[in-house]
Write a new protein. Structure first.
Length: 449
């Protein structure tokens, strides 16, 4: 029995790991990584071709990584600005991407219902707040069809926050209890005949074969769905950079606390327009799960236990939430956790196919992955079973890989960029010109070009 590393996993109680791989194996599709990307891929493969022999190999247990630790946003967000996507790929393909992401939210809703997964899926939309003039200008530029621009009074009707100028409500966003989603999905896959091996370390991947727990697995196709943990493979060490995101959760809100923040709809997600990302959701049991970035990047892309890496973030997150929602008063924060998200050098998520080796790598969600894992799972499935039918939007994920700089440049640049991002937010809040600093920090973290 093990205890989960996040509040979400701890809500499930002690976890009994599945059996590990004990012998050599031959399968049609080997999936490395027991998170949402790997499981959605297994789900669609099994649905479209029930004769396939599919096996999932997870080093720890299903949901141990980002899939069981994230903020629980099932959103149509993409980590690259719409203007850049349109400039690189044209209006038509960019529109297809936004449509595909929006439709994915509803696809997950259908799958959750069809598979009978109890995960508190609630489509209440997301509210993005503007709390200074620069944020307000930026937010108004990003308003798109289907969203609603609200003034301060209109925002108060959904969520009562401090110093709000206005907000945008995006309806195409849901929230879930992510550990219940990923663990429930794994349970359904086993019912469909997909084998899941936990406690199984994949040490090397070659042409149509991998080594797991010292045993050889022959496979017609291999899907590497390890997101930020892709950096742990020597051959792909610089493809993706693991950045930490940390979270806290409140005790259940009292009636008075709930009313003081505007009695928001359960399942509502919220953020503001600051550059150093924050995110929250009102959970089904009337807590607030709240997270943010800013914990330092580990030298050499090392991934250490999240509370150790970002321990200083706990108090910062608590203070940020209380400053944002002062109506919470002296509420308690019983849990703190975190983990890594994967970021590519240009922030575009990737589907990287090596046809000769039979290996497909999927990575780089940059924190927008709960919904995107489903879209990627469907695209990977299509690519394996009938590549001639892949939708045009697949081209956006086929960009040639770009690698991060070698150390110590990576360590110095990323951590300097994180510090500068905090300074930019402070400058914007106080009306100080920060354009040069903003350009420099975006260059350091890969958001320019």
């Amino acid at each position: 029995m093990v205890t989960g590393p996040s509040f979400w996993l701890q809500q499930l109680g002690d976890i009994t790991p599945r059996a590990s791989l004990q012998s050599s194996l031959h399968v049609d599709v080997a999936i490395v990584g027991g998170g949402l990307t790997g499981l959605w891929t297994g789900r669609y493969l099994a649905a479209l071709d029930p004769t396939l022999r599919i096996a999932v190999f997870e080093r720890d247990y299903v949901g141990f990584g980002a899939s069981g630790r994230n903020g629980g946003w099932v959103s149509s967000l993409f980590p690259v600005p719409a203007s850049k996507v349109e400039r690189l790929y044209g209006t038509q393909l960019a529109d297809e991407l936004w449509r595909a992401l929006a439709e994915t939210v509803d696809e997950i809703a259908q799958q959750v219902d069809q598979l009978h997964i109890e995960c508190d899926f609630t489509k209440a939309g997301t509210l993005v707040l503007a709390r200074d003039r620069v944020q307000w200008q930026r937010l108004r530029r990003e308003v798109k069809d289907g969203t609603t621009l609200l003034d301060a009074r209109g925002t108060d009707r959904s969520l009562r926050a401090r110093h709000v100028i206005g907000s945008v409500h995006e309806p195409q966003c849901a929230t879930v209890q992510p550990a219940r989603l990923v663990r429930g999905l794994a349970d359904r896959l086993e019912e469909f005949g997909v084998r899941i091996y936990e406690g199984t370390n994949v040490s090397s991947i070659g042409d149509h074969a991998l080594v797991a727990n010292g045993h050889t697995v022959q496979a017609g196709a291999i899907v590497l769905a390890t997101e930020s943990y892709t950096a742990q493979f020597a051959d792909w060490h610089r493809l993706v950079l693991p950045l930490y995101s940390m979270m806290v959760v409140t005790a259940p809100l009292s009636d008075a606390q709930y009313e003081a923040i505007g009695s928001p709809q359960l399942g509502l997600s919220f953020a503001d327009e600051r550059n150093l990302v924050i995110y929250g959701q009102i959970t089904a049991d009337r807590r607030i799960a709240f997270g943010g970035r800013g914990a330092p990047y580990g030298y050499g892309s090392v991934i250490t236990p999240a509370p150790d890496r970002g321990r200083g973030m706990r108090r910062r997150l608590e203070q940020t939430l209380l400053e944002l929602l002062p109506g919470l008063g002296d509420i308690e924060f019983p849990a703190f956790w975190g983990g890594t998200l994967g970021v590519t050098r240009d922030w575009f998520p990737r589907i990287d196919v090596d046809e000769s080796a039979g290996v497909t790598k999927v990575y780089g969600y940059a924190g927008d992955g709960v919904a995107m894992t489903n879209l990627m799972g469907r695209l990977v499935t299509q690519g394996l079973l009938s590549p001639q039918k892949l939708p045009a939007v697949h081209a956006i994920f086929e960009r040639a890989p770009r690698v991060w700089e070698p150390e110590p440049l990576r360590y110095l640049g990323i951590n300097a960029g994180l510090l500068m991002t905090q300074l930019v937010d402070i400058g914007e809040q106080h009306g100080v010109p920060v354009r040069f600093l903003d350009t420099l920090r975006r260059a350091l973290i890969g958001q320019v070009g």
